[in-house]
Design a protein around this ligand. Structure first.
Ligand SMILES: Nc1ncnc2c1ncn2[C@@H]1O[C@H](COP(=O)(O)OP(=O)(O)O)[C@@H](O)[C@H]1O
Ligand SMILES: [Mg+2]
Length: 246
């Protein structure tokens, strides 16, 4: 088991960057996905997003979830996105997987595609994109998740925010960024960041148990549980490590 965990750790470190295909995330929560130990974090983020007021017109508040790979940033963002209170508070919800390619046109195209899947966005110029986005978002308060942001250039971020502020959306729109980089957080955020902590050992054990015995009833032999909890310790609170096991 330890060997397997060792292998897995190596795999995570070697996560390929810039390969869009297998990094792209979506908002759907799989039927086999459980979420443990993050209720309070999700609750706090939802509260902050809903209750913080924007200081000025055209100002979009940004909150960042920061933490190392596999810690569960995307999972927390998904949980926030899918909270009933969020759909109730915002007129539109948008999920964009950014990853290594921080192209403003690509981000705006993805936003437009999500708001109106019938639009053919491929050949639109930046101006056309903005006009279309104006139509879709006019007077709407939106919630935008930018998942997995790597861009550390402040100018590029400022450019994106500048474009978004030209769309006459309603006051109170919010952005949630997930990132591994504290620098990205400091460039983007206007609200206090959420520094994601590692999970408790008990929570890792719950993930392992769910993966090993998805259909088992609550009683697992004490010997198995002891071994399982030993392995849970080695997961060091990282849910991805607890999850990727054989
Ligand atoms: N709190 C959690 N409970 C159970 N599984 C989790 C939890 N957080 C993350 N996971 C799982 O661990 C894996 C990595 O999580 P992810 O959100 O993609 O990490 P990150 O975005 O920080 O790299 C995913 O398969 C996810 O479903
Ligand atoms: Mg992620």
């Amino acid at each position: 088991m330890a060997a397997i965990l060792g292998l897995i750790t190596k795999k995570i470190d070697a996560t390929p960057q810039g390969i869009r295909g297998d990094r792209e995330t979506n908002v759907f929560i799989g039927r086999d996905e459980i979420m443990v130990g993050r209720n309070k974090v999700v609750y706090n983020i939802v509260e902050t997003l809903i209750n913080s007021s924007n200081q000025e017109a055209n100002f979009i508040s940004v909150m960042a979830i920061v933490g190392m790979a596999g810690l569960g940033k995307t999972a927390v963002a998904k949980a926030v996105y899918n909270e009933a209170a969020i759909s109730k508070h915002f007129d539109a919800r948008i999920w964009v997987c950014v990853s290594s390619d921080f192209s403003i046109k690509l981000i705006l195209s993805q936003i437009l595609e999500m708001l109106n899947p019938t639009k053919v966005v491929g050949r639109l110029s930046l101006d056309e994109l903005l006009i279309n986005l104006q139509e879709e978002l006019k007077g709407k308060r939106y919630f935008l998740v930018l998942d997995d942001v790597w861009n550390e250039y402040p100018e590029k971020w400022a450019n994106l925010m500048n474009c978004l502020s030209k769309i006459n959306s309603a006051q109170g729109s919010k952005i949630l960024v997930t990132t591994r980089s504290a620098r990205v957080a400091s460039i983007t955020e206007t609200l206090p960041s959420c520094n994601l902590r590692t999970l408790a050992e008990d929570d890792c054990w719950l993930i392992l148990k769910d993966r090993a015995f998805p259909h088992a009833s609550a009683d697992i032999s004490p010997d198995l549980e002891r071994i399982g909890r030993e392995i849970a310790k080695k997961c060091a609170g990282v849910p991805l490590v607890a999850k990727v096991r054989k």
